[in-house]
Design a protein around this ligand. Structure first.
Ligand code: HSE
Length: 381
């Protein structure tokens, strides 16, 4: 019987263990074999978990997992780059599949870990890293393989979408809405990555890397969060039938490269993204052959994310000798800053919307004009 290890017993790790043991008979039926979680790795003293029905599985020492030949797959649910990267690297090298919800790890080290998995004939899966419970990674990899994807865009952070919705639909203060998001398990431990846009940036980089086949480096993609968005901006946009959303976008450009950005944006009322509220995420994939395809669902939270982790575990166990071809290549690095759109700008004298231009062109033309808020305008998403 192949055995599973869970690494990290935080929000997602504890959800994964809970859902696994609650739904074990159905999960085993789908896997076609008996399964068990043999170890749960956590830095805390194992005695702290003695009251849990699976409290006897807790260990502190990663090497127990690495050196146990029964472990076929490990779920890395620790977050951050280290020790997650070293653990993943050692496990893949040892011939064990790894699944992860860790966006930072996948966005920064994805090309390397995917190659390592291929070289060792195992899997590296990360469905839970983008969109929580929304199936997007596997569909993007498998279901668009006939053609060419030109653009991926979406609402990729549940916390900020929840906060924007609570602030501007229910009149909540930013801090109260953030606290509510944290209480619901949506926000990262350090919420500055959510509200500052870094979390959404990692996710659009993963989607862009998948869609375009080359690593899109999150350190090179411009990003901005929602802390500068004011009620005046929202009122302007809603009066015009649209909404303010934190948008991650990556688009092929005419020189064969990719433009990408994360920014608060005015999306028109006709957009499929304008009505996506609360913790929901939506991802628009614009394919040459398919036209627009939209994926929608809960983008954060303990159980939606745990569901994606467990489905990856099952897929990793089903394909041990024939790794599924999720892949993208390393990239030399590129400048992703050429995205063209209209801009909304607010000054002390009122607000206006510009024609299509890059951010550099906007700054050159209007930067000295007392602009208080500037946001992109997307009227074709
Ligand atoms: N903090 C993230 C979010 C969790 O709010 O979307 C899911 O990646």
């Amino acid at each position: 019987m192949p055995k599973i290890a869970i690494m990290g017993h935080g929000v997602v790790g504890s959800g994964t263990a809970e859902v696994f043991f609650k739904n074990k008979p159905g999960i085993e039926k789908r896997a076609g074999k008996s399964l068990d979680i043999k170890y749960i790795l956590d830095v805390r003293d194992p005695s702290e978990f003695a009251g849990l029905p699976y409290g006897d599985r807790f260990v502190n020492d990663f090497d127990i997992i690495l050196n146990d030949p029964e472990i076929a797959v490990a779920a890395e649910l620790i977050g951050g780059i280290e020790p997650a990267f070293t653990f993943a690297e050692k496990l893949l090298t040892a011939g064990k599949s790894v699944v992860t919800s860790n966006k930072e790890l996948v966005a920064k080290k994805g090309a390397y870990l995917l190659k390592l998995a291929r070289d060792n004939n195992v899997n590296f899966f990360f469905e839970a890293s983008v969109g929580g419970g929304i199936p997007i990674i596997r569909p993007l990899s498998l279901c668009f393989s006939a053609g060419r994807i030109n653009e991926v865009a979406g609402i990729l952070n549940g916390t900020t979408n929840f906060i924007l919705t609570k602030m501007f639909r229910d009149g909540m203060e930013f801090a109260d809405a953030l606290k509510l998001a944290q209480d619901n398990g949506y926000a990262e431990r350090d919420p500055s990555d959510d509200v500052g846009g870094a979390d959404a940036c990692r996710k659009i980089c993963i989607l862009a890397s998948m869609a375009f086949g080359k690593q899109v480096d999150p350190d090179r993609v411009p990003f901005e969060g929602i802390t500068g968005v004011t009620k005046a901006d929202i009122d302007f946009c809603t009066a015009r039938g649209g909404a303010v959303k934190l948008i991650g976008i990556a688009r092929r450009n005419q020189s064969g490269g990719v433009d990408a950005e994360v920014c608060p944006a005015f999306v028109g009322g006709g957009s499929q993204l304008a009505g996506v509220d609360d913790v929901f995420n939506a991802i628009l994939v614009r394919g040459e052959e398919t036209g627009d395809v939209v994926f929608y669902g809960k983008g954060a939270g303990k159980y939606p994310t745990a569901s994606a982790v467990i489905s990856d575990i099952l897929n990793a166990l089903k394909t041990p000798d024939n790794p599924h071809a999720l892949c993208w290549e390393e990239s030399e690095g590129s400048d992703y800053g050429g995205l063209v759109s209209g801009f909304y700008a607010r000054t002390a004298n009122g607000a206006f919307i510009t024609g299509e231009m890059t951010r550099a062109e906007f700054n050159a033309k209007y930067g000295g004009d007392g602009v208080i808020t500037a946001m992109r305008v997307f009227d074709n998403l």
